[in-house]
Design a protein around this ligand. Sequence first.
Ligand code: HEM
Length: 199
Amino acid sequence: MIPFTPDVDDIRLLIRITARSSMLLFLLAFTASAVARLWPSARSRWMLRHRRQIGLMFWASHVVHALAIGALAVWAAPELFAQLTPLPSRVLGGAGYVALIAMAATSNDRAVAWLGRARWQRLHSWGAHLIWLVFVMSCVKRIPLQPVYTAPLLVLLAAMGLRWWAARRQPASQAQAAPLPLIKASMTPAPLPPSGSSS
Ligand code: HEM
């Protein structure tokens, strides 16, 4: 048995800090490819090269988000947790975590070869869009009481706009060869199985 109860405000602060560090890392990974296409430079290429590491840092930050949520829910203040997270928030947030786990688990060249590149890209693209939606909804639901959440919402919408803009500017054939996953496998593509055997 744990002999003390942690401070509820400290746990809530940790949840918010990790949500914000996660959003920053997510946005960097989510827009890296679009920025590199729209504004090629040494810095944007560096970002693109390190997108996998940024994605994994996002994963680490969100693991802490989950641990802090767990501490609030089962240890520090279960009633407050229930109040803060109505069922739709839990379902959407939970789906975001399922996507995040699937993406982190497949962020390696073996997974690319196993799934086939097309399926792997679909998984990472859908996952990234779902996580983007969770961030959007987390901001939207807070705006009525705290209008300041309009600012991160606008940044999230701008990030999506950037991806669309970059995708539109690139010919379809090239877009197929260089999609926009969030947690990217290494820059050197792994050898793929013969076509037809993986997807
Ligand atoms: C990918 C999934 C998730 C994302 C992207 C996400 C993102 C966020 C964001 C952006 C905030 C607002 C932080 C702020 O106020 O600045 C937040 C807060 C919060 N999240 Fe998450 N979240 C996710 C999953 C979950 C899940 C599954 C739960 C619980 C079932 C949860 C519980 C909470 C709680 C309780 C807060 C509010 C803490 C407070 O105001 O004291 N989150 N989350």
